[in-house]
Design a protein around this ligand. Structure first.
Ligand code: ASP
Ligand code: MG
Length: 423
């Protein structure tokens, strides 16, 4: 007997029927003798719909009220799930984020967890109940307000609970069979990955893979939580995300041959800003990026062109989340940078694999595959185990398909996507 944390995403609890199906699954785990804590997302596209609604009421919803609104989504699903379980003859209790002890800082819409005090959850378990916790939300002690962890944050709720309760495993249930070499919605022949290191999963998540929230992977890595990503629509084995004991060693310390490429991720959520005609002299980049940093925006790629000899002027381009672009443009304008270009029709493709460390020629092969597909590369950046390129947004699907094939990642059959609108 152990303690299992299970997280169910929005597409797994999209309607009454799905909620009953998920309830059955939870009860089965309980019947197998385990203590069960569940983190649940809002039903289907509820969060997006609530966001749309807020934006129909006002262009700029107050962050505190927006969090109050969005956390209602998870309250609905947690209560329905608890009712469904109770009707099957098992004790279940739902808890909001604050009742569950998810203590965060005060940053609405992107709160960080600062403490987890799951006293009430432990109590419920001790009394034999199944605890259902609303995902993606917390409570700030400083402001005494309700917060949210950012889109997709329910994964992080589940991992934080697993760490705080010292769970044996954190199961993340979703609408595909596990982790694939690419998003099956984009690349139907994406191949299933049975095991992946948390290091590679982190890079994939950072590069736009949506199957796991990046902060959840980081949290799991830091606290030694094993993640098990699987489908809520069948009983297939799913993917284990594990912390290798050392480079090239598996969790038990046995040597493993790492595949060169773990996967190809895409991201259509970024925009590019170019500051035109910057003087090529010390302090210019520092000035620009100090201004950008002041907005709190997360910068991704940065490219500075060679300055034209005749003018001594250069352009500096960088990518950032689309949602931060307007704020950053305004901040730069206020600092006197008036010649700015804004491009929100870009797509980013990233190739990730720990084996890149010891394999030369991966970038050449990537650029060749894109060239053969007639796709222009606009920006390039690399890390130790990742190469990313920016292309036009409308060529990203062709790009990822070509690269997936070129690196021999295509599966024999098409992957199944069981639910979800991909919104
Ligand atoms: N419901 C929230 C969202 O859609 C949190 C989550 O699903 O993880 O972002
Ligand atoms: Mg969701």
């Amino acid at each position: 007997m152990g303690l299992i944390v299970q997280k169910f995403g929005g597409s797994s609890v999209a309607d009454a029927e799905s909620i009953k199906r998920v309830a059955k699954r939870i009860v089965e785990t309980r019947k197998a003798g385990h203590e069960v804590v569940v983190a649940v997302s809002a039903m289907g596209d509820t969060t997006d719909e609530l966001l749309d609604l807020a934006h129909r009421v006002t262009l700029l919803p107050a962050p505190r009220e927006l969090d109050m609104l969005l956390t209602a989504g998870e309250r609905i699903s947690m209560a329905l799930l608890a009712m469904a379980i109770r009707s099957m003859g098992h004790d279940a209790r739902s808890f909001t984020g604050s009742q569950a002890g998810m203590i965060t800082d005060a940053q609405h819409g992107a709160a960080r967890i600062v403490d987890v005090t799951p006293g009430r959850i432990r109590e419920a378990l001790d009394e034999g109940a199944i605890a259902i916790v609303a995902g993606f939300q917390g409570f700030s002690r400083d402001t005494r307000d309700i917060t949210t962890l950012g889109r997709g944050g329910s994964d992080t709720t589940a991992v934080a609970l697993a760490a705080a309760l010292d769970a044996d495993v954190c199961e993340i249930y979703t609408d595909v069979d596990g982790i694939f070499t690419s998003d099956p919605r984009m690349v139907p022949r994406a191949r299933f990955i049975p095991r992946i290191t948390s290091e590679e999963m982190l890079e994939l998540a950072a590069a736009g893979a949506k199957v796991l929230h990046i902060r959840a992977v980081e949290y799991a890595r830091r606290h030694g939580v094993t993640l098990h990503v699987r489908s809520s629509f069948n009983n297939k084995q799913g993917t284990i995300v594990y912390n290798p004991a050392g480079p090239g060693l598996d969790a038990k310390g046995a040597p493993v041959e790492e595949p060169v490429i773990a996967g190809v991720a895409t991201d259509l959520g970024e925009a590019k800003i170019t500051v035109v005609g910057v003087r090529d002299e010390p302090g210019k980049a520092a000035g620009i990026f100090t201004t950008v940093a002041g907005t709190g925006a997360n910068i991704d790629m940065i490219v500075q062109n060679v300055s034209a000899a005749s003018t001594g002027l250069t352009d500096i381009s960088f990518t950032l989340p689309k949602s931060s672009a307007q704020t950053v443009l305004n901040a730069l304008r206020a600092e006197g940078y008036t010649d700015l270009q804004h491009d929100d029709q870009i797509g980013k493709l990233s190739l990730v694999g720990a084996g890149m460390r010891t394999n030369a020629g991966v970038s050449a092969e990537l650029f060749r595959a894109l060239a053969d597909a007639g796709i222009n590369i606009e920006m390039i950046s690399t890390s130790e185990i990742r190469i990313s390129v920016v292309t036009r947004a409308d060529s990203i699907k062709a790009a990822v398909t070509a690269v997936h094939t070129a690196f021999g990642l295509d599966a024999e059959t098409e992957a199944v996507v069981y639910a979800g609108t991909g919104r």
